[in-house]
Design a protein around this ligand. Structure first.
Ligand code: ME8
Length: 527
């Protein structure tokens, strides 16, 4: 593996600040969080960026309809997002708002540079605009009944004097880049879509608007505001101090750019795999190593979204099931890259099967036996024992989890950890400690079996650190261990024999009490 790589940088796309937060938003941010936590644990210097996308016509219109100033509206949204990220345990290194001066200054400097070098020019725009998507469309691109081909809503005709960005000039360079860098756009299906989109021919992109004010003014022509997507995409470098006068801030840019991974929803691939790379090429900057288009959380056949009225509030789910049940469900259930169907019934099933039955029972049964047969103290394994099944699996699990996480395959990483949980449960059945306890001659064997189970649980607690927020610490405390389980390096977790014999265990409440599906979901309301 690439052990010499010391930096890792992940961004999630930022959010239109007027949308109500739902677990679809939480999904990609929790996924980025797990990847960031994993890379920190592995000792890589990691930078995880998220934030809010706050400009544009849509927000201006919405604020006006509510009788508010746009900034007051976006302030309210940010005040809702930050506590949600706190509760979900999102470990971002920076949260950038596109209304912050540090960002706006970079957008203006980038715009001026591109204009000075002739990549941005002034002309007349005549075409269609979808305000909800903040997207320009040509007549020939419109969907049925002349609607937005992406969201199906009405578009409006714009006739404005505008500035244009020479996308067309970079078309061949982009195709060549995609061809030479097969990992750049992932998964492969999305790469093919992007290639055929670019091959159809890129038109120069309209990059300013004049008919509203809520945006970053063009520095040399302040009647124009910068197109919200150009503004928003720039956050990925403004947050790192690109073009900053402060050497401390530029150090971040020099360390972390190009990004290792951009995680973006599949519907905004075109912005991240076409416009963004061309913007970077025009600035002479390297492109992100990977742009990964993840799928959607869908509900009753459609993308969960406010306009469809089918959103699930993450706070309500956490009130009912707890933060780790929600994080586990999002990370385990949805195949990364594909769409995943959301249902509360499947969340309840994941909690009952994986968390309560498999993991919770393993801990509970093991600690009960340690209390009963060993006076609640971690026994010493027999030095002669040649039983290496759990130890051997752990040695194998570590690198497999790491490989899956490097490939952004989060559900398989969790499945791999559950192999250890499952083997632990089978190991109890196969070794039947209750029988060993009846025969004093088998005392060594009993101690070894129980030690191996406790040590496997110690490893599982630590393997879960990137994924779950509270559970690793709760297992840790029940094993009687002090300190923070996260103060460890990934390669140490998978070493065997780290749990000190003689530790007094502290069996506590079940990790995940079994949920009664009928009581939780109501009869026939499982979806
Ligand atoms: O796109 N399932 O913002 P946004 C999975 N501001 N992911 C979902 C989802 C769902 N049901 N609904 C939303 C924007 N997301 C722009 C980004 S980047 C320069 C600007 C994901 O609030 C969505 O795919 O509409 C996107 O990655 C993110 O949440 C923000 O969506």
């Amino acid at each position: 593996m690439s052990g010499e790589r010391t930096t890792y940088y992940i961004t999630t796309p930022i959010y239109y600040a007027d949308s109500d937060l739902h677990i679809g938003h939480a999904y990609c941010t929790v996924a980025a969080d797990a990847l960031a936590r994993f890379n920190r644990l592995r000792g890589r210097r990691t930078f995880f960026l998220t934030g809010t996308d706050e400009h544009g016509q849509k927000i201006e219109e919405k604020a006006r309809s509510l009788g508010k100033e746009p900034l007051a509206l976006v302030d309210e949204v940010v005040a809702r997002i930050l506590p949600l990220w706190e509760r979900l345990g999102i470990s971002y290194d920076d949260f950038i708002r596109t209304t912050e001066p540090r960002h706006e200054a970079v957008v203006q400097a980038v715009f001026k540079r591109l204009h000075d070098q002739g990549d941005i020019y002034k002309a007349q725009y005549e075409g269609w605009y979808c305000t909800p998507c903040e997207t320009f469309w040509l007549e020939r691109q419109l969907g049925p009944e002349g609607r937005c081909p992406d969201c199906g809503r009405e578009v409006r005709l714009l006739k404005e004097e505008s500035y244009f960005f020479r996308l067309s000039k970079y078309q061949d360079r982009l195709l060549e880049y995609i061809d030479r860098n097969p990992d750049f756009i992932q998964p492969p299906g999305r790469r093919n879509e992007m290639v055929s989109f670019v091959r159809q021919g890129l038109e120069d992109l309209c990059v300013t608007r004049t008919t509203f004010d809520w945006g970053v003014p063009v520095p040399f022509d302040p009647d124009h505001v910068v197109y919200v997507w150009i503004d928003a995409l720039t956050n990925y470098i403004s947050a790192l101090g690109y073009l900053s006068d402060d050497p401390g801030k530029r150090e971040l840019f020099e360390t972390f750019w190009p990004a290792d991974v951009h995680l973006v929803g599949k519907e905004i691939m075109r912005f991240h795999a076409v416009i963004w790379p061309i913007l970077l090429m025009a600035l002479g900057l390297p492109l992100p190593k990977r742009v990964y288009g993840h799928g959607w959380l869908v509900l009753d056949g459609g993308k969960m979204s406010k306009s469809k009225g089918n959103i699930i509030d993450p706070h309500l789910l956490m009130d009912k099931y707890g933060v780790d049940a929600v994080r586990y469900f999002l990370l385990r259930e949805i195949p990364f890259g594909a769409d995943g169907r959301y249902s509360e019934a499947s969340l309840v099933e994941r909690v009952n099967v994986d968390l309560a039955n498999d993991l919770g029972n393993l801990l509970n049964r093991t600690l009960t036996m340690v209390e009963k047969y060993c006076g609640g103290v971690v026994p010493a394994p027999s030095p002669e024992a040649d039983d290496r099944s759990l130890e051997g699996l752990l040695a194998d699990v570590g690198p497999r989890v790491a490989r899956a996480m490097d490939d952004l395959q989060i559900p398989p990483a969790l499945e791999t950890i559950w192999e250890l949980v499952d083997l632990g449960n089978r190991y109890i059945e196969e070794n039947a400690p209750w029988n060993l306890a009846r025969d004093p001659a088998k005392r060594d064997r009993l101690d070894t079996v129980l030690y191996n189970l406790l040590e496997a649980l110690r490893a599982v607690a630590q393997l879960l650190i990137p994924f779950l927020r509270e559970t690793p610490g709760r297992i840790w405390a029940q094993l009687g261990l002090g300190g923070d389980p996260a103060e460890v390096r990934w390669d140490e977790i998978t070493g065997w024999g780290r749990l000190p014999p003689g530790t007094r265990v502290a069996k506590g409440q079940p990790l995940f009490p079994r949920i009664d599906p009928e009581a939780a979901l109501g009869r026939g309301e499982g979806e």
